[in-house]
Write a protein that binds this ligand. Structure first.
Ligand code: GLU
Length: 284
């Protein structure tokens, strides 16, 4: 009896010691965030953000640094979340989803359309921009819109909504998939394809860096899709997603968002009149 009691007491104190040890091991603040990504990022003051470097005007290199509308938006959002150190991780349309799913990045701001299919794998913020898909062709091309693509080669980037939309609007076009936007523009310049297709603002952004610029390349037809852009975060991180949404709505209310928007898309930019976007903040 006594022995058994002794054994139970020993077992109990052993368990207690283990429990205390366990708590002692959690002195690192980042470790106390229990899978809550927002708390972890705030404890570290650091986030790894997947951004584009081939997608002007959203993400491209400028003097060796990532620049663009996406970069400005995420800097403002994260500073409101008191996350002041950002590592930009270059992503492409083709690999951005995998980089978020594998945990290589904490979030994506990468000209990424919110779709219901993507939403099954990751979560999205409220839209921070909206564009529509278009076609870019040589200025002297006979292509006037998607209806003229039948039997002709048209390029788009792998992993983009552009491929899916093209299959709908131009089912008889011959689709050529490219790994990224640099390869896509090269395909058009070298005559591998007669048209390339993605969101209209990106097409103008790309055309400006192609030989001859917007004198030599033009949009063909009207936008033929709706592309609401969202910041993607891992699934079930509702604190992070809400904090990002609130930051975007605050930016709209205090004028920061409009200022960034006008810098990139306002009347004095090459994108004037192409897009018209505003955030609708939720009621307080
Ligand atoms: N917004 C479209 C998408 O998310 C096209 C641009 C891109 O691929 O980044 O697929």
């Amino acid at each position: 009896m006594f022995q058994r009691q002794l054994f139970v007491t020993a077992l109990f104190s052993g368990l207690l010691a283990l429990l205390l040890l366990g708590c002692g091991g959690r002195s690192n603040p980042a470790a106390m965030t229990d899978g809550n990504l927002l708390l972890r990022l705030q404890a570290n003051g650091h986030a790894r953000v997947g951004v584009k470097l081939d997608t002007p005007p959203f993400g491209f290199p400028l003097a060796g640094q990532p620049a663009g509308f996406d970069i400005d938006v995420i800097n403002d959002v994260l500073s409101r979340l008191r996350i002041n150190r950002i590592t930009y991780v270059p992503v492409t349309s083709a690999n951005r989803m995998d980089k978020l799913l594998s945990g290589e990045v904490d979030m994506l701001i990468a000209s990424m359309t919110i779709t219901r299919a993507r939403d099954r794998q990751v979560d999205f913020s409220i839209p921070y921009f909206e564009d529509g898909q278009g076609l870019l062709v040589a200025a002297d091309s006979s292509i006037q819109g998607p209806a003229d693509l039948a039997g002709r080669k048209v390029g788009a980037t792998r992993g983009s909504t552009s491929i899916l939309n093209l299959r709908q609007v131009a089912p008889r076009a011959e689709l050529v998939e490219y790994a990224n936007f640099n390869a896509l523009t090269k395909g058009l310049i070298e005559g591998e394809v007669e048209a390339i297709s993605t969101d209209t603002t990106i097409l103008i952004g790309l055309a400006r860096s192609m030989p001859g610029g917007t004198q030599s390349w033009r949009l063909a037809g009207n936008p033929f899709s709706t592309e609401p852009y969202g910041i993607a975060v891992p699934k079930n991180q509702s604190d992070l997603r809400s904090a990002i949404n609130n930051a975007l709505m605050e930016m709209w209310e205090d004028g920061d968002f409009q200022m960034l928007y006008d810098t990139w898309f306002g009347p004095h930019t090459p994108f004037a009149g192409l897009v018209n976007f505003g955030i609708t903040p939720y009621p307080r």
